[in-house]
Design a protein around this ligand. Structure first.
Ligand SMILES: [Zn+2]
Length: 150
């Protein structure tokens, strides 16, 4: 999962701005030097521009994949939220209609569990760290037996 914190995203945006601007300056300089016949200077500035452009491309790719990862988490939140809603709807239906299958506790239990997954995903969106939906601690931190099974 290619997640980034908001802080990291801003840093990469700033880097992208900086290197894009440097690339433009070098490209302009290269053109100016070529016009006055300074071939060596022009080539040197062109190479600098290309180096900055490569960094800018990497920044853009990184931001693009982070955006995709974020969207996947948001989609997952919607799916788990829908599951919770359907459990609650079923519980309400049975409660309103005389509970043909006995207690609706298990529906409410599952709904709560699914809402905790939505919450865990929100923590991952906010911090970039994936956490367990039972204890909200990072996986692999040794705090949670569910994390070890994952
Ligand atoms: Zn846990």
């Amino acid at each position: 999962m290619n997640m980034m914190t908001t802080h990291r995203t801003i840093q990469i945006h700033n880097l992208l701005d900086t290197v894009s601007s440097k690339a433009r300056v070098c490209r302009t300089g290269s053109g100016n030097l070529a016009r006055i016949g300074n071939t060596i200077g022009s080539t040197s500035q062109l190479h600098r521009a290309q180096r900055f452009e490569r960094i800018a491309e990497r920044c853009q790719r990184r931001l693009g994949s982070a955006e995709t990862a974020l969207q996947e988490l948001r989609d997952a939140q919607v799916s788990w939220g829908n599951l919770a809603d359907s459990e609650e709807s079923l519980a309400k239906f049975y409660e309103d209609n005389g509970k043909p299958y006995g207690s609706t506790d298990t529906y409410h239990y599952r709904a709560r569990m699914y809402r905790r997954v939505v919450q865990a995903l929100q923590i991952q969106i906010d911090t970039g760290v994936s956490v367990c939906s039972c204890c909200f601690k990072p996986f692999g931190s040794g705090q949670c037996t569910l994390g070890e099974a994952a």
